[in-house]
Design a protein. Sequence first.
Length: 330
Amino acid sequence: MQFPLPALLCDVGGTNIRVARLEQPGAAPVMVGHAATQSVTSLAEAIAGMDGARGARAMIVCAAGPIIGRAVKLTNASWTLDGPELADALRLEQGLLLHDFEALALSLPALPPARLKSIGPDLGQPIGARLVLGPGTGLGAAALTTVEGRYLALTGEAGHVEFGPAAPDEEALWPHLARVHGRITSEAVLSGDGLARLHQARLASLGTEAAAIDPAAVVARATAHAEGPEADTARLFWRLVARFAGDLALIYAARGGVTLAGGVLPRLVDLLDEAAFRTAFEAKAPMTGLMQAMPTRLLTRPETVLSGLAAIATDPDHFVIDYPGRCWRP
């Protein structure tokens, strides 16, 4: 399997589209464009407006939504991305579509240390399955393992499982949480919009009438006033992320550690209590010892996934991917 170069590398989320270009093997991808997802009706439209994207021969795209064959319906946007149609529209020789957290998982081995912040003790990089998850427009997760020296990502829709309270203050606010599609899921709480829902529910549980507030305002007020109500919500958000991360780490037996990603947490890093995070992450009796040995880290730069896509474009045989079933051209 080979991807002809130059290739475009695209990260398509519910909020942002980031596009980079890879000219040759071993080169660093160069950013060529950025667009708001809601401002366009398709990826082809977004690409057409980027001068640096012209002349590409291939494209590797990661997108926020469940992959069905060679297409994806974005979970938090109104359009569908169809690989073969995109290849025809942009006259590409080849292309590949990945789930966004599948791509993040495959990027884990190549993450530069400068873009990772250890949470709690630096436990190094133990051997075993690795987990990546994170809140952004939605909530994604994937695990990474190896098969005969090649990397294999295991994906799912962990953001859409039920999520409940586990402490008295959580139990008090849970009845006030706004439901999404009639449910309280992990994504309904642990996402950008989830942060706003959590804040309103927490204030309501304290008897305070809460006006509607968007996620950006919660983040801005939380970081500006460390003793304010929004900061208290942010600290609760970190605790819930830690608990959920610990649950998923148990499911995958992620002895290789947990990496937190997404667009929300890096903006709240000043309100992270590392000791409290580790306490919530490790509180999984009788598996506390297993949890204590798992390192936890925060990925501070969301565009890092493009380096992972570059690795796939350069050395596709190093990854276990069903290329015949998923590539856009025979």
